[in-house]
Ligand binder design. Structure first.
Ligand code: BGC
Length: 634
């Protein structure tokens, strides 16, 4: 029965009573409505009943019209201690015990350590893997997405079929910021297609000693070249300062390029993870400027080197990380530690963690176990050994990056078909051609495309694994022809001179009377990464030398093309060669090398590092190099 019916049939006395009841009911309804509508929705989703950590249903941090900083501040206000600590953890994906752990600990980020690939190693397989991890993080109370980081050192080379650009040393040889920017942009697109928005590049190391196994990861040793190319890379990768496509990582902070031979903290290495002389002038003049430029270009993160500055690990150095990087350079992104670096700080893992975070490390890379880390930080914060303010600052920096990247919102996607796309391969080919450095030419180059016969020898002549080097699907790379979609230098030569008779044998074992107009020896190093590439005497193998001398018996003119991550000691042999080209580690597009050999593209590359004349000259900079920094033969 409706109230109107009841009122119309009621006596005046009953009607007054009913009116009172009605008024009471209306009052109750209105009060309840007011209560629920005014009530902080935050009380609807609380963390284990902790009042101040409750999050509203439609909190301000979900509002994309607000700035990343405003959103981060709002989100921080709802976070519990354990949620904050979880954000500091960057865990290697193969060490994640279970998907539930991602949700439970609210892990801030995951990475694929080199070679950390999905079961199905395709672009779609990567995307599915990252999505699954992301799904687990969004299931956490506040639904904070994770960052997924990777080493896309020379393109998204972890995915077979991706475009593999020249390693950074080759890009250094081009000296061309606009080209580097386009390459970084293409790399970002291939990363986005697999839903990865964080690249541990560019390397801003300025290697001074070619015996180091990481020379090729850098743009060279010249500080101004690194400065220019590093910031171009950051711009290309991130594209938009306010809303980056992918965030970059300036690494390895600081002065890793001046580590000294014989100082490595790893007994298997000689120079990698070693000691940098504590020379503040050199630090400011030779190593800091590229980081300053990267910060000015808005780089999202900075990775701390595994080196020691004098006797102290950079990862525990407050002056370098906070006073110089964050305060003096004004870096507002987040600082991430490298691999096991934090735990190499002396004093045990608890003390090491405290030292690193208090020095300025915001996110800790955890290749193995994350639970002890989380417990240690929780304990340190509750004891005041890490202040609440430092913790909040670290979390805020990380959250700002996530908001700026649009991880909380709908992002612009890329199709997986962009991975290895023809336009990216064409760009890589152009970069390869521009990275070739002509070191000697007795009039033999460029070759005519109508040359009648060519003999080709050498370990890198038809070996994609050597061309692409390490950080390609596997950390240490894989020697041999195995990468889909790539073109070897030999294939490139065949395409460039389709009418020529080409004889090919890696070792140069041709029929005794076989003769060619031109001999091309494509020789060099086998792949290596990090300390495994530390080498006291970088030089050609006896097999490659043997192949070159056999080639001389079958060809009138001999061109030597070196495929390597660094200069090799060749002075004793140089006089016997008619031409010499440094091809670096060109990547998947071997045709780019042929483009310069046959004059389709001019030789424009210049030496990004001096080429030592002898082993003594590697260390003693007073000894004249065989070819100086910036050299190119005419
Ligand atoms: C390297 C870093 C790299 C990290 C993650 C470390 O061993 O030093 O350059 O970004 O691994 O793979």
């Amino acid at each position: 029965m409706s109230w109107s019916l009841r009122l119309s049939t009621a006596t005046p006395h009953a009607s007054r009573k009913q009116l009172i009841v009605l008024a009471v009911v209306v009052f109750v309804i209105v009060t309840m409505w007011l209560f629920f509508s005014q009530r902080k929705p935050s009380e609807l989703r609380c963390a284990r009943g902790v009042g101040e950590a409750c999050a509203p249903v439609s909190p301000a941090f979900r509002d994309r019209t607000k700035s990343p900083a405003e959103r981060a501040d709002n989100l921080l206000s709802y976070m519990t201690l354990d949620e904050k600590v979880g954000q500091l953890a960057l865990v290697e994906k193969n060490s994640v015990h279970s998907m539930e752990d991602i949700t439970r600990y609210g892990l801030g980020a995951l990475l694929s350590g080199a070679g950390g690939k999905p079961e199905t190693n395709t672009a779609a397989g990567w995307r599915a893997m990252v999505d699954a991890f992301q799904g687990a993080s969004r299931n956490s109370r506040l639904g904070i997405p994770l960052l997924y980081g990777i080493d896309a050192n020379h393109g998204h080379a972890n995915v077979p079929g991706a475009t593999v650009f020249p390693h950074q040393i080759g890009l250094g040889a081009t000296g061309d910021p606009a080209l580097v920017e386009r390459i970084a942009e293409a790399t970002a697109k291939e990363l986005v297609a697999t839903h990865i928005y964080w690249n541990f590049m560019p390397s801003l190391d300025a290697p001074q000693d070619i015996r180091w196994g990481r020379v090729y990861e850098a743009f060279g040793s010249d500080v101004s070249r690194i400065e220019q190319l590093g910031s171009a890379y950051v711009q290309g990768l991130q594209s938009d300062r306010e809303a980056p496509r992918v965030i970059g990582t300036a690494k390895h902070y600081l002065a890793a390029g001046s580590m000294q031979w014989g100082t490595s903290s790893n007994s298997k290495f000689s120079i990698d993870q070693g000691q940098t002389p504590p020379d503040e002038r050199a630090l400011r003049e030779a190593y800091l400027p590229p980081f300053r430029a990267a910060v000015e270009a808005g780089v999202g993160s900075v990775m701390v080197g595994l080196n020691r500055w004098g006797n102290h690990h950079v990862a525990s150095n407050h002056t370098l990380l906070t006073d110089i990087l964050k305060r003096e350079l004004g870096f507002s992104g987040f600082v991430v530690s490298d691999w096991y670096g934090v735990y190499e700080i002396p004093g045990g893992s608890y003390r090491a963690t405290i030292k690193a975070i208090n020095a300025g490390v915001d996110m800790v890379m955890l290749p193995y176990d994350y639970k002890p880390f989380i417990e240690d930080v929780m304990r340190a914060v509750s004891r005041g050994e890490i202040s609440q303010q430092r913790l909040d600052d670290a979390v805020r920096r990380i959250l700002i990056a996530k908001f700026a990247l649009g991880l909380f919102d709908e992002r612009r996607d890329e199709s997986v078909s962009v991975v290895g796309a023809p336009e990216h391969r064409a760009l890589a080919r152009e970069a390869v051609a521009r990275s070739q450095v002509l070191l000697k030419n007795d009039g033999v180059l460029p070759l005519s495309t109508s040359v009648k016969s060519i003999a080709v020898v050498g370990s890198a002549s038809d070996n994609i694994g050597r061309q692409v080097g390490a950080w390609t699907v596997e950390w240490q790379g894989i020697d041999g022809n195995w990468l889909p979609g790539a073109t070897s230098v030999l294939q490139g030569i065949r395409e460039a001179a389709p009418k020529a008779t080409i004889m090919h044998d890696v070792e140069g074992n041709f029929a005794p009377d076989a003769q060619a107009d031109i001999g091309i020896a494509i020789v060099g190093e086998s792949p290596y990464a990090e300390g495994w590439g530390d080498n006291e005497r970088p030089e050609l193998s006896p097999q490659d030398y043997e192949a070159i001398s056999r080639l001389r018996r079958h060809a009138n003119r001999v061109i030597v093309l070196i495929i390597s991550g660094r200069p090799l000691l060749i002075s004793a042999e140089l006089a016997r060669w008619d031409a010499l080209v440094a091809g670096w580690l060109p990547g998947s597009e071997g045709s780019g090398v042929a483009d310069t050999l046959f004059g389709k593209s001019p030789f424009v590359g210049t030496l990004p590092v001096p080429w030592p004349a002898s082993a003594a000259g590697i260390v003693d900079k007073e000894i004249s190099p065989l070819f100086p920094l910036g050299f190119r033969a005419q």
